[in-house]
Design a protein around this ligand. Structure first.
Ligand code: C2O
Ligand code: CU
Length: 680
């Protein structure tokens, strides 16, 4: 993609400067640049065709619009200007200098430059997919530029009026096609009504690729429906489970980091991160959320936890945001073991950045916790990286032989790279799910997607162990403690109870661990661990196939025009809802055509990774709730639709979500009484 971009810029620049050189009476320079432009144009054809090998999504607008335009304009320029230019360049006398200045030479060269530029503009401003309207509009703009140039260079342009009129008509037609939304988009996208009657009924069989909520609501009558507000957790735990009650009050506060630095923040109970929530598998988690003074409102979303839809905390979809003075009680059974987190979902980009998040850890039933177990949410707060509530290294002691588990959580908008030095270790769980047969790791970097979690496990050696974030700071330092391992484990547990009482230990000895980690290669998760049977594979028969092409482009999002982060050319709430029926096997293909990473996150379900860039997973099965779709990547994932409700499906770079990169996944027959168009 980068190479194609480079070639496209070179092509446009070469045609343009050939035209400028001709107009400036430089036949030799113009001829040389013309030759460069020809070669660059051929290279462009090649680079687009090469890119096509990665998938049609990457070249759709290039093959249908940009390339034909470039080839046509380049051929015209060659035919019209080429012979004269070469003749003039050979002679290079005063007469030939005047000859190349003629509009008949300069204008076709510049025209090819405009055409090449139009292709670049299209890729940047409009992106995927190109439609007839945008193609027409681009063509009109390029033609208009040619006419304008011609007019500026010559007093007589034959047929100027007619040509201008045709161009104007093309522009108006193109603009109408682009900016006046089609019937379907209007129905779904009217931001106020929006997806209010988000409901889908038994009408959905056949092709499911582009169902929209409006289609669903149209056939709502008579079908059996359920409001999402009925899909709530139980009032009591299953037999043998306890009730874990927590109270979280959202309020603004100034938090003091470990260095003494003060940061204005949005907090739960006055702290960032919010109180750590823990439970044992089978418990009922009950969280009473109160809002003291967050004027925009708050909710709680259980990231990666497949709660009933009515507990999912999506404002405008599963509940109203809790206003100042209000409250909401969440209840769900702690069925999944592992490392998760919670965060507000109302104006979540700002809210989470400001501190409205915390950790959720569920441990297996019947296994007493042993050793040192640290939950380490990494966040950028007030411009500094904090691990938990510390902007300085967290120092812990553990006796050699003690089992240690580090639960890494990325609560930021962008990926973080972790390295662990000083001990061999295993990456035992990803996004809360244990890996199968994870091997021993050493000098590797672990790239953790925004929103994702990694659990690392090792046995405490007799030397210090260092965890680094982004190869910079030592964020956690675990030093060996003298004494028999038994005592060490007990002491470590004791230390676990007072998470912030360790500043005095900050000046630990410099560890023997390697100083440089930046050069360590990145672990390829799709090849780590051992394969195991999965309930479905890429050869399964899927009931639904959805493709999401991620890009940037101008689009309406929440009623305002923006340079949006788009999905299939549209931005929230105009992206058609994906409709599934309970029990469906669903395949989701996510393609990143853009230049930024998109950590894709589906609520309410874990997805099994089938392939990345066409290569199957050869290591442990990977069940993820957040997967990092890097520029140029294509991820194929699948899930069983077994958690009825209305779910967000969005980029977890929350500033991208805010700029349109989110949509809904709806189960047939589930409705929302809320407005549906705003989902935080
Ligand atoms: Cu952590 Cu909708 O996300
Ligand atoms: Cu994104």
């Amino acid at each position: 993609m980068a190479l194609d971009l480079l070639v496209s810029v070179l092509t446009a620049a070469a045609w343009m400067s050939a035209g400028v050189a001709a107009a400036a009476r430089r036949p030799r320079t113009a001829a040389a640049l013309f030759a460069v432009a020809l070669v660059a144009s051929l290279a462009r054809v090649w680079s687009v065709l090469a890119l096509a090998g990665a998938g049609w999504w990457f070249v759709q607008e290039k093959i249908t619009v940009a390339l034909p335009l470039l080839v046509a304009a380049g051929a015209a320029a060659t035919a019209l200007a080429g012979p004269r230019l070469l003749r003039a360049a050979r002679r290079a006398d005063a007469a030939s200098r005047e000859a190349v200045k003629a509009p008949a030479v300069a204008v076709p060269l510049l025209g090819a430059g405009y055409a090449a530029t139009a292709g670049i503009v299209q890729t940047f401003l409009i992106g995927y997919p190109a439609d007839p309207g945008t193609a027409l509009l681009l063509l009109a703009v390029a033609a208009g530029a040619v006419l304008g140039t011609w007019r500026a260079m010559s007093t007589h342009v034959p047929g100027l009026r007619t040509a201008t009129a045709v161009t104007a008509v093309a522009a108006v037609l193109g603009g109408t096609l682009v900016f006046v939304p089609s019937g379907e988009t209007t129905a779904e996208g009217s931001a106020t009504g929006g997806t209010a009657a988000m409901a889908a009924t038994g009408s959905g069989t056949g092709s499911h690729e582009h169902h929209s909520a409006s289609e669903g609501s149209a056939s709502l009558m008579g079908a059996e429906t359920r409001p999402v507000t009925d899909l709530r957790g139980p009032a009591a735990p299953p037999p043998g489970g306890a009730v874990r009650r927590f109270e979280l009050t959202a309020r603004t506060a100034t938090v003091t980091l470990s260095s003494g630095r003060k940061v204005p923040a949005w907090t739960f109970n006055g702290q960032v991160p919010g109180p750590p929530l823990t439970a044992v598998q089978g418990d009922l988690v009950e969280v009473r959320l109160r809002n003291a003074d967050i004027t925009s409102g708050v909710t709680l979303h259980w990231h990666g936890y497949d709660v009933p839809s009515g507990e999912d905390g999506v404002p405008g979809l599963t509940q109203e945001a809790v206003p100042p003075g209000g409250e909401f009680v969440y209840r769900f059974v702690a069925a999944q073991v592992g490392t998760y987190w919670y965060h507000t979902h109302e104006v979540s980009d700002l809210g989470v950045r400001m501190g409205l998040y915390g950790t959720l850890v569920v441990t297996p039933k019947g296994t007493a916790a042993e050793g040192l177990d640290l939950t380490l949410p990494v966040h950028t707060l007030g411009g500094v990286t904090v691990t938990g509530d510390r902007d300085q290294p967290l120092v812990r002691q553990a006796a050699p032989g003690t089992p240690v588990r580090l639960r890494l959580i990325n609560t930021d908008n962008t990926p973080h790279r972790f390295t662990l030095a000083g001990t061999p270790y295993r990456l035992v769980a990803v996004d809360g799910t244990d890996l199968n047969g994870p091997g021993t790791l050493g000098r590797v970097g672990l790239r953790l997607a925004a929103g994702g979690r990694y659990d690392l496990a090792f046995t405490m050696p007799s030397d210090p162990v260092l965890l680094r974030v982004d190869d910079r700071t030592d964020s956690v330092r675990i030093t060996p403690e003298s004494g028999p391992p038994g005592d060490g484990a007990a002491a470590a547990k004791g230390a676990g109870a007072s998470a912030t009482a360790d500043s005095a230990a900050d000046s630990g000895a410099v560890p023997a661990a390697d100083g440089q980690t930046a050069g360590w290669p990145e672990l390829d998760l799709t090849r780590y661990g051992a394969p195991a049977p999965t309930p479905f594979t890429s050869r399964s028969r899927f009931d639904r196939n959805f493709t999401l092409v991620l890009d940037r482009g101008f689009a309406l999002t929440n009623g305002r025009p923006a340079y949006a982060h788009t999905v299939n050319g549209a931005a929230f709430p105009d992206i058609p809802t994906e409709v599934v029926r309970e029990g469906d096997l669903v395949r989701l293909t996510v393609v990143n055509r853009g230049r930024e990473t998109h950590p894709w996150h589906l609520h309410g379900h874990r997805v099994l990774v089938l392939s990345r860039d066409g290569r199957s997973v050869t290591g442990s099965p990977l069940w993820l709730d957040t997967f990092d779709v890097q520029p140029g990547q294509v991820w194929e994932v699948a899930f069983r639709a077994a958690n009825p409700g209305l779910w967000m499906n969005h980029c977890h770079n929350l500033s991208h979500a805010d700029l349109g990169m989110m949509l809904h996944l709806a189960y047939e027959g589930v409705t929302t009484p809320f407005h549906g168009a705003h989902s935080g």
